[in-house]
Ligand binder design. Structure first.
Ligand code: NAD
Ligand code: MG
Length: 342
């Protein structure tokens, strides 16, 4: 899957895809239900034809160029640039009028969700770190091009007071809150547990678990029945990699938190679910999240033979936010190139 002929096949198949459909293949596809029918139906009503495509041949494959950036990293400086759906995601009014807050919405999975939500008709607030302002500006332009309101709320979620302020400012500036997506996350590689300092451990747990607890508590009182909370877990919740033990603990905690909270919050009519991604091509990986050697071969060890691109997970964030998935709560959905979940 990693030789030159494969790359050539990938390139020509992707070119053919654009030529055939005028859009990127999977961008508007849903992993659930009705819109996948369009893949086999080029003249589908609504005009968004999604061509049939071999998922192995889509998007870049390893080996990737060796690269690293200072934390937290910028999507704009990655080679190749991740595909968040900028050119391809087609909305269909599935979230018309909704008000969404996405942490980590400047890049990676959060940016893909932000683009998709705006194109599905939602107003979008994103949180990010001040160092990521240039990535956030790109998202601002994309949300506004979709004709939706954009609210940028930079700040560090390791601080409880900031988490409360973030929710309050999002609610005020959006005029409510129907969708809360947590995509912010800290992952830092350490081959040996003896090298994980208490400060490292605290940093990871504060970002991935404490902030989630603080933000969720602050958000709930503002959310009406029908609202949706979506956490971002990981395959590492079930099958921890040896070099990110502290991270994996938090991702297991996040999956567990979603399942338990769902049972409680259905009494308010609020659904809670989590997504458990496999390897995705994002800034987190190249800014200390993985070793350079692992970045070069990213995704080569999953059945698909490549990492996911953020656009490939956007439909799942949309689906879980939408009333179409009204019977889904307390679920952890895997999107991982074939690794599977237990
Ligand atoms: P990313 O770097 O693009 O996004 C992570 C974001 O977290 C950053 O953009 C940053 O804004 C935010 N963040 C980190 N620390 C923060 C802090 N202290 N305060 C405020 N914001 C902070 O990378 P991504 O891969 O898109 O990550 C999104 C989520 O997906 C993370 O929770 C990550 O654990 C999860 N995930 C990613 C992968 C993958 O392979 N990329 C796999 C499984 C799960
Ligand atoms: Mg970022």
């Amino acid at each position: 899957m990693t030789d030159d002929s494969n790359s050539r096949n990938h390139d020509s198949s992707r070119r053919q895809l654009f030529k055939t459909a005028g859009i990127a293949a999977v961008a508007g596809a849903s992993t659930f239900g009705q819109r996948t029918a369009a893949a086999a139906e080029p003249t589908a009503p609504g005009g968004t034809a999604i061509p049939l495509a071999d998922p192995r041949n889509l998007f870049p494959h390893p080996p990737f160029n060796a690269q690293s950036q200072p934390w937290p990293g910028l999507a704009s400086k990655m080679t190749p640039r991740p595909d968040h759906g900028e050119q391809s995601y087609r909305g269909n009014g599935r979230l018309a009028g909704r008000k969404a807050l996405i942490t980590g919405g400047d890049s990676g999975l959060g940016r893909a969700a932000a683009i998709a939500y705006a194109r599905e008709g939602a107003d979008v607030a994103i949180n990010y770190l001040p160092e990521e302002e240039s990535d956030a500006k790109e998202v601002q332009a994309l949300v506004q091009q979709a004709g939706r309101k954009f609210v940028g709320l930079p700040g560090d979620i390791r601080d409880e007071a900031f988490c409360k302020e973030l929710i309050s400012r999002a609610v005020t500036q959006l005029g409510g809150l129907d969708i809360f997506v947590n995509c912010a996350g800290r992952q830092h590689t350490h081959d040996d547990i003896l090298d994980v300092s208490t400060e490292d451990f605290d940093w990871t747990l504060k970002t991935n678990l404490y902030a989630l607890f603080w933000l969720t508590k602050a958000a709930i009182p503002h959310m009406q029945p029908g609202s949706s909370i979506i956490f971002t877990s990981s395959t590492n919740a079930y099958n921890p990699s040896t070099n990110i033990l502290d991270y994996s603990i938090t991702k297991a905690g996040i999956a567990n938190f979603a399942k338990g909270l769902a049972k409680q919050l259905i009494k308010r009519g609020i659904r809670v679910n989590a997504i458990a991604p496999g390897p995705f091509w994002t800034a987190l990986q190249v800014s200390g999240g993985q070793t350079t050697a692992n970045v070069e071969k990213m995704g080569g060890d999953v059945p698909m033979g490549r990492p996911g691109q953020p656009v490939e997970i956007a439909p799942v964030y949309v689906q879980l936010a939408s009333t179409e998935s009204s019977y889904m709560t307390g679920q952890v959905i895997g999107v991982n190139g074939g690794v599977g979940l237990p």
